[in-house]
Each structure stands twice: as structure tokens, then as C-alpha cells.
Design a protein around this ligand. Structure first.
Ligand SMILES: Cc1cc2nc3c(=O)[nH]c(=O)nc-3n(C[C@H](O)[C@H](O)[C@H](O)COP(=O)(O)O)c2cc1C
Length: 445
């Protein structure tokens, strides 16, 4: 059975870990010193050998992505850290930045050196004020002591890091929309190709990586690829932060090797489901990942095992719901989010998600028709793979998967014209199009 690990979270118990003193005292920046003794090619190979896969959602191998960057164009190379963290249920990057900001900065300097990049950006979710303050303080300290800036630790290597506060839009987490926003334009996705590795920020070669992905880098440099591969599975190596929320005893961020069964994470770290509640459905990696059921509770939490069950590991944000929760209302809640966050650039997402939200709302208000279920299914098929970026695909996930596993619940709701009486108003809220909140009625007493 896998054991919990403490790699990315190893300083979470250290009170002053967010300060340079606390970080250096606990071994921080040793990896940077050692990295500066290797060549950029050796470091890129090391990260490739470690098998690290991106933690921002898609699981793309980080070393392979770094290898796509052409080194001979004469243009500057940029590294952009995606700290937008907009995926519902996801709160791992926030804690990483608040509790151990230097870990991220050390990873950025090493990654920049490996990529021959002298200017990196942190694209921070606008609402993340406290993580932003911690990063600003850490940047000031690291600049002052020569870990960042001109001639890093006397090595002749230059790396500058700019913190950019984003305006707070989910679409700006999509890497090309992020680059548009960073350049000062409206955050809407770009047509690909060209991919950012070739023509990204200011049309220069650019790597966009998630906070957690880059936080892994100092540990890989310090302990080697083989050590890294000793955790997790062959195709999904390393530690992972799982953000568990919903109807569990102790929601929170927990670090386990990839491939740990979902049940083990929830039972051992979170104390299981709330008393008297049995698992009914859950999202394994944020609301954009297809829902799973109690039958999938023992699935190993790694990229391939979750894909084999028809879902996605996504960000590792596990949202757990019991039989007290109406799946239809939960799905409406998420669909309202996608409707609100659709950037409007492409028709399938802009129109389709709007109409799906209308239909779901109608069903919940007691005016549903049985044909609505086919319409929802068709709408999903016309959005999935046809929208300009993956936001549209993600919006179909909760609907498609809930229709697959809980069609009877939709049918009963349409037949009765209301939620079963056992469901009662709970504290949850749903954001509607105007930004107003209406109380959601999804939990049974
Ligand atoms: C709508 C949408 C929102 C996204 N939001 C985020 C985000 O907040 N943070 C993130 O790291 N990746 C996000 N992604 C994924 C990024 O596009 C990109 O794959 C990721 O930053 C790459 O980093 P990685 O390879 O280290 O995972 C989002 C993707 C989509 C389609």
C-alpha cells in the first residue's frame, strides 16, 4: 500500500518556511547551487528522465515540453508560471505559494537556467492576494541575497522574475489566453499551431508550466531522476498534491504518490466521508473531469488509471459527494460556472453552454421534458472537440458523465417536477449569469 509522502509539503510544518532564513535553514537553494554546476542540456535531460508530468491538468511530460523550445532562433526564451488556479475544487497552488514561496522561486530559477531563459513571469490569479504578498516578500529576499537577478550566486547566469496579478478569469488559465492577457489584451485563446514553445509570449519561444510542476524541479535536481521515479507509477511518477473537498471529514491538500487509490486518500487523510454519508459521485480532478461513482472508489489516482475509467486526473482536485446531494443540481452549479466563464470567442462554447445551463435550470425548476435529456446529450456532442479550446470540452464533462451514471435521477426529477422532498436547502450557492447568487437546493437533510 502506498504511504503518504512529504516532498512538496515537507516545510508545511516549519513556521518560518516562507522566509529566506527558514527556507535556507531547511536545505533550500542547495538544488540551485548544484544545478548551476550542470549544463542546461543536462538539466533538461534530468527532468525528462524523471518522468515529471505537468500538474496543471493535462499531464504533459515537462521535460518533453522543454525539449520543444528551439534554442537557436536568436529570440529571447520565456518561462511563464501558470498560477491562475481557476479550476473549481483546486487549491493546491495557493497553499504551495503561501507556505513555501521560495520552493517555487528556486524551481523557476533552475528551470529558467535549463531553458536558457533570462526572464520568467508568474501569472497569479487576481484573487490570490495573500499568496501574492508571500511571493513578493520572497522575491525581495531572494533578489537581495543574489538567488535571483543578475549573475545568480556569482555564476554568470541572469534570471529575472516578474510577478503579474491577473484579473481573475478562468479562461486566463488556458495557456494561450494567459499569454494574450499577459501581453495586455483580452484573455481569449489563440489558434494553435504555432504552439507557445515556438511562438508564445511576444511571439518568442515560451514554456508555460503550472506552479506544482515547477515546485517539483528543485527536488528532482537534489535527489535525482531515479529517486523521483521511486514514487508513483511508471507512467505517472512522483508525488502529487490532492485537494480534497466536499462531504469529507477533513477537506484539504494531501500529498501522496501518484497511483494511490482514491479511497485510501479520502479515508486515511480526510477521515473518510462525513458520518452516515456514503459516497455517491465524485470528480477526480476538478469539475472539468468526468464524474465517477462509488464503484470507482478504489481507482489509483494516476493519469492512466483514471483515463482507463473514462475520466481525467486533471488537477487532482477530488470533490466528493454523498447520496444527500442531487447530482443534477451539482451539475447545474458547475454549468453555471462555465456559462459565466466562457470567453465568447467560439460559438459552440458561448451558445452551447448557455443553452445547457437553461435546460438544466428548467429541469430543476420542474418544467423539464424527457426530450431535454437527448438535447443535453446532443449539445455536449456538438461542443466536445468543436470548441476553440478545452473550456468547452470541460463544460460537457459533468453533464455527459452524470447522464451516463445518473440518468434515472434526471428522469425522476422530470417526472416528479421537483427534487425529492428529502433534499433541503443547504449552504451552497450558485453564481448566475449576472453574478448574483441564488441558494442552491441540492442536499438532503
Ligand atoms: C479553461 C482552462 C483553464 C486552465 N486553467 C489552468 C490553471 O488555472 N492553472 C494551470 O496550471 N493550468 C491551467 N490550464 C492548463 C494550461 O492550459 C496548461 O496546460 C498548463 O498551464 C501547462 O502546465 P503544465 O504542463 O505544467 O501542467 C487550463 C486549461 C484550460 C483549458
Amino acid at each position: 500500500m502506498p504511504e503518504p509522502v512529504k516532498v512538496l509539503t515537507k516545510r508545511y510544518e516549519v513556521e518560518d518556511a516562507h522566509t529566506l532564513d527558514g527556507y535556507v535553514r531547511t536545505g533550500g537553494y542547495a538544488a540551485l547551487r548544484s544545478a548551476l554546476g550542470s549544463s542546461p542540456e543536462q538539466l533538461r535531460q534530468l527532468v525528462k528522465d524523471s518522468g515529471l508530468r505537468g500538474r496543471g491538468g493535462a499531464g504533459f511530460p515537462t521535460g518533453v515540453k522543454w525539449g520543444f523550445v528551439p534554442q537557436d532562433t536568436g529570440k529571447p526564451i520565456y518561462l511563464v508560471i501558470n498560477a491562475d488556479e481557476g479550476e473549481p475544487g483546486t487549491f493546491k497552488d495557493r497553499e504551495l505559494m503561501e507556505r513555501d514561496p521560495h520552493q517555487l522561486l528556486e524551481g523557476i530559477v533552475i528551470a529558467s537556467y535549463a531553458l536558457n531563459c533570462t526572464r520568467a513571469f508568474i501569472f497569479l490569479r487576481g484573487e490570490y492576494l495573500w499568496p501574492g504578498i508571500r511571493i513578493e516578500q520572497a522575491l525581495a529576499e531572494a533578489y537581495r541575497e543574489g538567488y535571483i537577478g543578475r549573475d545568480v550566486l556569482g555564476s554568470g547566469v541572469d534570471v529575472d522574475i516578474t510577478l503579474h496579478y491577473a484579473a481573475g478569469a478562468y479562461i486566463c488559465g488556458e495557456e494561450t489566453a494567459l499569454l494574450e492577457a499577459l501581453e495586455g489584451r483580452r484573455g481569449q485563446p489563440r489558434l494553435r499551431p504555432p504552439f507557445p514553445a515556438v511562438a508564445g509570449l511576444y511571439a518568442s519561444p515560451t514554456v508555460v508550466n503550472n506552479v506544482e510542476s515547477i515546485a517539483n524541479v528543485p527536488h528532482i535536481v537534489e535527489h535525482g531522476a531515479e529517486w523521483y521515479r521511486s514514487m508513483g507509477t511508471e507512467k505517472s511518477p512522483g508525488p502529487k498534491l490532492f485537494c480534497v473537498s466536499g462531504e469529507v471529514v477533513r477537506p484539504g491538500n494531501y500529498e501522496w504518490p501518484l497511483g494511490t487509490p482514491a479511497r485510501q486518500i479520502v479515508e486515511e487523510s480526510c477521515g473518510g466521508m462525513l458520518e452516515g454519508r456514503a459516497l455517491k459521485f465524485w470528480a477526480p480532478g476538478g469539475s472539468s473531469t468526468p464524474l465517477l461513482t462509488a464503484e470507482h472508489y478504489d481507482v489509483p489516482m494516476d493519469f492512466d488509471s483514471i483515463a482507463a475509467e473514462g475520466s481525467l486526473l486533471g488537477t487532482g482536485a477530488m470533490m466528493m459527494f454523498s447520496e444527500r446531494t442531487s447530482v443534477v443540481d451539482a451539475v447545474l452549479n458547475w454549468t453555471k460556472f462555465y456559462e459565466h466563464e466562457s470567453c465568447g470567442k467560439c460559438t459552440p462554447c458561448r451558445e452551447g453552454v448557455f443553452w445547457m445551463a437553461q435546460i438544466l435550470e428548467r429541469i430543476l425548476e420542474g418544467h423539464g421534458r424527457i426530450e431535454d435529456l437527448q438535447t443535453l446529450d446532443d449539445a455536449c456532442d456538438n461542443i466536445f472537440g468543436r470548441s476553440f479550446c478545452a473550456l468547452g470540452d470541460g463544460a460537457t464533462s459533468p453533464i455527459k458523465s452524470s447522464l451516463k451514471y445518473f440518468r434515472n435521477e434526471y428522469e425522476q426529477l422530470i417526472e416528479r417536477g421537483r427534487l425529492p422532498q428529502e433534499y433541503a436547502a443547504h449552504a451552497g450557492v450558485v453564481t448566475d449569469n449576472s453574478g448574483m447568487h441564488r441558494p442552491s437546493q441540492l442536499v438532503r437533510r
